[in-house]
Design a protein around this ligand. Structure first.
Ligand code: FAD
Ligand code: NAP
Length: 548
């Protein structure tokens, strides 16, 4: 274990892609750092999520760092959508190449952080009893890192094995000959179900909400195409940063309702064949804002389900009807719907036949007992706010982040929250984060934080804190933009709807990367408009400039 530094410029919490890049970028500024990571090594998402079939759904060559042209040239992805082990190897390679582990304490969870007004510093505590004083606190804790088990009676009584996709055992799990139940049909369920079905003696899928999923058209990468892409890497990366979702997708010109049935179908077929997450969503310009337009895409997907699933009743039960297409994160799959044609797979619709309890021998629904050896919870995460509210964070004047966010997260630009000076949330709620290619969002946020810290240093400023007025305006803007879309109509984790009691707020910013980047860069260019800056030399540490 690395030696603990008790007094540093910055504590970085998390060692996924965000934390790793924060170490690299802040070290280049000359900052002293102490990192903490609950996992035993780097990788974040890709360290924890080792379930069968786990892979990215943004193409590997896009889902990777752009900050180092050398790294980009030397690393070669082998598959269109890299599997989890390959992405984890990439994270490990980045950590080795840039020597990023040396300041990180692994298997150590940050449990509390308290702002010391007089010292203008954070006091950070961990579950190992560490106490570290830091000027800056960088929460690189991820949006999807707080795995969530379902609230089902008797969950602890099961005598077989329970697993969560987001906490999958590192030694792997042999499901051969087992009776397996999977609860959940989000991306994790949809990726793992086809592979579990191939191994298990019998697979029972407990589905609460059918999801829209599209075939990934997954394939090994052609080395020539990889080389051609590398030759244009810088140009492509620039275009990605300037794109709406951090990936290059043609911008649609037409409404789905202004073309005839034949033209619409042809366009959807073309989009379907791309095997990409954003292809279908971007087939027309109004799919996410007009319910009738959206219904044309939804019905196109349902028709594909009917074509694939032999039993019409089963096809209907797999067909999403409760939420507009694209308003829960769509999924990419490899053989998901065809899996239901197998003799050893049963679908239980728990909306019409709810799970009553987990029993010592399996799952009991209103009408049936399902005897199982293994239950897989593919039940997702306490997304976006969960990892930030895990530690007990106390800001200026003793304000608790948990209290401040009791009715939903409030941030300025998704990167800061008023009353919590010098605390930065990488891809926090109120930023594009989970709606875009996250590697692009992460680099953009970390670069901004580094620029901000450099500015504070150059201007001899001790701290920076968002003003409540600027934050209120930003929160209103985030809500306004979301309300213009169909997203709030879905009970999604974007809305906090998967966690009982969690406030229903659309958490990410859906205005797109270019608008967001222009705004946040403009804030910096204007001397951090909307922030209060406190000079390092002020004896009473009175704010010198309150720029709203
Ligand atoms: P994470 O990778 O989640 O890392 C955060 C780390 O912080 C974790 O390791 C966690 O242990 C640690 N941590 C949290 N709290 C504490 C604490 N209190 N103390 C110490 N450590 C703490 N996004 C895409 O854009 N494209 C994809 O294809 C894609 N695929 C995904 C597949 C899966 C299965 C999942 C779950 C998510 C996927 N995502 C994808 C989203 C993914 O989370 C991000 O792309 C990215 O990996 C996030 O990196 P991060 O460093 O911000 O967070
Ligand atoms: P998720 O999308 O939240 O899906 C969880 C599933 O569990 C949903 O089907 C949910 O049903 C169900 N569920 C939750 N609680 C339940 C209960 N008590 N009873 C019955 N069903 C219950 O979680 P996820 O699949 O882990 O994915 C989360 C996010 O991680 C994705 O949206 C994506 O951003 C990312 N991810 C990406 C990939 C990839 O392809 N690269 C893979 C995995 C994850 P309801 O819909 O009714 O709530």
């Amino acid at each position: 274990m690395t030696e603990l530094r008790r007094d540093v410029d910055a504590v970085v919490v998390g060692a996924g892609f965000a934390g790793l890049y924060a170490h690299h970028r802040l070290r280049r500024l000359g900052l002293t750092l102490q990192g903490f990571e609950a996992a035993a090594d780097v990788g974040g998402t890709w360290w924890w999520n080792r379930y069968p079939g786990a892979r990215c759904d943004v193409e590997s060559m896009d889902y990777s760092y752009s900050f180092s042209p050398e790294l980009e040239q030397e690393w070669t992805w082998t598959e269109r959508y890299a599997p989890q082990p390959e992405i984890l190897r990439y994270a490990e390679h980045v950590a080795d190449r840039f020597d990023l582990r040396r300041d990180i304490r692994f298997e150590t969870r940050v449990t509390a952080a308290t702002w010391d007004e007089a010292a203008q510093r954070w006091q950070v505590e961990t579950d190992r009893g560490d106490r570290v004083s830091a000027r800056f606190l960088i929460m690189a804790t991820g949006c999807l890192s707080a795995a969530k088990e379902p609230e089902i009676d008797g969950i602890g009584s099961f005598r077989g094995r329970t697993l969560h996709t987001g906490r999958w055992p590192h030694e792997g799990v042999d499901l051969t000959g087992q009776r397996v139940g999977v609860i959940g049909t989000g991306s994790s369920g949809i990726q793992s179900i086809p592979l579990i079905a191939q191994q298990a003696a019998h697979l029972t899928v407990f589905q609460r909400t059918p999801n829209f999923t599209m075939p990934a058209k997954h394939a090994p990468l052609d080395p020539e195409a990889v080389n051609a892409r590398k030759a244009r890497a810088q140009e492509i990366r620039k275009a990605m940063r300037e794109s709406r979702a951090g990936v290059i997708v043609p911008v649609p010109e037409h409404s789905a309702l202004e073309v005839d049935d034949q033209a619409r179908r042809a366009r959807f077929e073309q989009a379907w064949e791309t095997g990409t997450l954003y292809g279908m969503v971007a087939a027309f310009n109004d799919l996410l804002i007009d319910r009738d337009a959206n219904e044309t895409a939804a019905e196109f997907v349902r028709a594909r389900i009917r074509e694939t699933v032999a039993d019409p009743d089963l096809a209907e039960r797999l067909s999403p009807r409760n939420h507009p297409f694209g308003t829960k994160r769509p999924c990419l799959d490899s053989g998901y719907y065809a899996t239901y044609n197998r003799d050893n797979v049963t679908l239980v619709d728990v909306r019409s036949n709810p799970i009553v309890a987990i029993t010592p021998t399996g799952v009991r629904t209103t009408t049936d007992e399902h005897d199982l050896d293994v239950i897989v919870f593919a039940t997702g995460f306490d997304a976006m706010t969960g990892p930030l509210l895990g530690p007990d964070i106390t800001g200026a004047g003793g304000m608790k982040l948990r209290d401040k966010w009791a009715a939903g997260p409030r941030t300025y630009l998704g990167i800061a929250t008023a009353g919590f000076p010098n605390l930065f949330t990488v891809t926090g709620p109120g930023s594009p984060s989970v709606l875009v290619n996250m590697l692009v969002a992460i680099e953009q946020h970390v670069d901004w934080v580094a620029g901000c810290i450099a500015y504070l240093h150059e201007h001899d400023l001790a701290s920076i804190d968002a003003t409540v007025e600027a934050e209120d305006r930003w929160v209103d803007h985030v809500n306004d933009v979301a309300s213009y879309t169909l997203f709030p109509q879905a009970n999604s984790w974007y809305m906090g709807a998967n966690v009982p009691g969690k406030p229903r707020v659309f958490m990410p910013y859906i205005g797109g990367l270019p608008r967001y980047t222009e705004t946040i860069d403009g804030v910096a260019a204007d001397g951090y408009r909307g922030f209060t800056l406190t000079p390092a030399t002020a004896p009473e540490r009175e704010p010198s400039a309150s720029q709203t």
